[in-house]
Structure formats: structure tokens, C-alpha cells
Design a protein around this ligand. Structure first.
Ligand code: SF4
Length: 129
């Protein structure tokens, strides 16, 4: 889901204006997690994100950063197979879209994710925490 604007389901204390959610589930199943509360269609997420990125670039507009995944872990184990978050990293690099990424996964230390994040970092386009 690509969201622009406030969500009625998220606390104002955890508010993000621009966010992109590659996954609508998380296989890590942390006991305290509320990710399952949300049911969303994410099939077209990559295409929609790229459309927005292209439009921003075409109009030479600078954007505030997108949060990469606010509801689930963006680099959960299935990312190894699906690579949805990797696609988002590549689109962000291609169109100079800044990202804020929160993760507790070690996948970001492995290639190809690591090298894409480093390329974003070299262009001051990523905050990883
Ligand atoms: S989204 Fe985060 S808290 Fe929820 S199950 Fe995945 S890793 Fe755990």
C-alpha cells in the first residue's frame, strides 16, 4: 500500500506522511506485534511507488523521505525470495527518493541489499536504523 496522508489506524505519535509498505504480513510473528490487524493489498505496490517516483522526477520535485515499511519488518525472511524491499531500494536510487528504514533484520548486511543501501547512503538518500 502506498499512503499519502494520515491513516486513521495509526497513532499520531507514530505518524508518517509518506510511507510504502511492501509486505502486509510478517513471518517473524513476534508475540507483541499488531501487524496482523492490517489487511491490505500490496500486489501493485512496486508499480505504484515507481509511478509516484517518476512523476516527482519529471516535475523536478523534491520529496520528504518515505518510510519503508511502518507496519511490518521490511527485511523479513521472505524478502530473500520476493525482494520487494530491494525493488523499492532500487527505485529510490533511480529516482532519488529519500528513505527512512527501520529494521532489526541482518539481511541489510548482505548483498544485494547492502550494496543498494550503500549507494543510497552515498547520495544522502537513506536513514537506516
Ligand atoms: S513486524 Fe516487527 S514486531 Fe511484527 S512480527 Fe515482524 S519483526 Fe516482529
Amino acid at each position: 500500500m502506498l499512503v499519502i496522508g494520515p491513516s486513521p489506524y495509526i497513532s499520531t505519535l507514530c505518524y508518517s506522511v509518506l510511507k510504502i509498505e511492501p509486505y502486509d504480513f510478517c513471518s517473524l510473528n513476534c508475540i507483541y506485534c499488531y501487524a496482523d490487524w492490517y489487511s491490505r493489498k500490496t500486489r501493485r505496490i512496486i508499480r505504484e511507488f515507481e509511478k509516484v517516483a517518476k512523476k516527482l522526477k519529471k516535475r523536478n520535485l523534491k520529496t520528504i523521505p518515505f518510510r519503508l515499511s511502518t507496519l511490518t519488518e521490511p527485511f523479513q525472511p521472505i524478502e530473500q525470495a520476493k525482494k520487494l524491499s530491494l525493488k523499492i531500494l532500487k527505485i529510490s536510487l533511480k529516482y532519488s527518493i529519500p528513505l527512512i528504514i527501520n529494521t532489526k533484520s541482518t539481511i541489510v548486511m548482505e548483498d544485494p541489499w547492502r550494496s543498494e543501501i550503500l549507494k543510497l547512503y552515498d547520495k544522502s538518500l537513506v536513514i537506516l536504523r
